[in-house]
Design a protein around this ligand. Sequence first.
Ligand code: NAP
Ligand code: MG
Length: 401
Amino acid sequence: MAKIQMTTPLVEMDGDEMTRILWKMIKDELLLPYIDLKTEYYDLGLEYRNETNDQVTVDSAEATKKYGVAVKCATITPNAARMTEYNLKEMWKSPNGTIRAMLDGTVFRTPIIVKGIEPCVKNWEKPITLARHAYGDVYKNTEIKVDKPGKAELVFTAEDGTEIRELIHDFKGAGIIQGIHNTDKSIASFAHACFKYALDTKQDLWFATKDTISKKYDHNFKDIFQEIYDAEYADKFKEAGIEYFYTLIDDAVARVMKAKGGFIWACKNYDGDVMSDMVSSAFGSLAMMTSVLVSPTGVYEYEAAHGTVQRHYYKHLKGEETSTNSVATIFAWTGALRKRGELDKNDDLVTFADKLEKATIKTIEDGKMTKDLALITSLKDVTVLNSENFIKAIRETFDAM
Ligand code: NAP
Ligand code: MG
């Protein structure tokens, strides 16, 4: 059969450790035999990031802006141990942080649902997608620990010299103070990314803050979302038959536990951090979680939600067998290929992506899976496969389909 042709290249960001090994296997077994794969390749492996003083990360983000769709392998975020391990010139920043800042994006994470891996919450029938605002609040805070009586004030000095001053607290003894901020621009980008993603995936959008208590800060999030919705999205939502729903964060949490799933839950930065870990573990496994960064201008970067699976890589280096789950990385590729296909009106590419996802899910539902899933599945007669044989099993299912 003739290979599927592509018109525009995908931006391919290679990565580190075990996921780099899976990356090559996925390309060799599941993509290259079927697609005349066109990519613009960037090696974000730590060695090459170090060699280029991290310029390669910046270049890959620029290329993503240019072409619109990227697929990224998990990468090491350097810490002290990695400095020695890789003999680094500098403790380079997290590539994800750099790319996110350059694309000004929102991260959407969705569990991959398979029969036999049941969510702990029994009424969750469809995936719940978490949309996390990735800028500001407590992640860019300023804190003071005070050890004597005194007055804490919030002061804003405008460029024209005028001042706004609010009393925070009159301390009679020791205590703690925290200053946080966000910008209307970043909140608006977050709102646009959420509304666009809801339309794209035809799912309702929920958003929640604590605006009853935080009457200016959280209320500002609520207002910006509502203004943007009314001005630009209300009609489109109606047309698509989907809903935008705002409520208080505690009410949202209660409703999520009773819901069937099948919606997007937009969260402020801290709420998103906490709730995405809750939702992903309740759905089963981090290795079954897709992640896509969407910019307000409609640029997409697909990846797996997990890291480079370092522990498995060291086993692999010692020549030991590994059973690393490649599903999230495969779905990063299919997500990117489908989006590329949609943008280029390349139906063959879209169909291929759909089919490869179905084959991946069917392989697991047929009882062939990696160890992490075998440990939690409700299926009987399971065959535990190693990293490579799992990918080969998917290929067999795909060919049979
Ligand atoms: P990790 O790579 O997510 O792995 C943590 C543990 O989760 C693994 O040891 C493994 O448990 C399990 N696991 C994760 N993915 C799996 C998969 N696909 N198949 C089977 N098991 C899986 O996190 P980490 O070990 O803390 O971090 C390793 C490196 O990844 C770090 O250098 C970090 O900076 C980087 N990281 C990158 C990203 C990214 O690029 N998006 C995200 C997070 C972390 P068992 O060992 O029990 O089998
Ligand atoms: Mg977290």
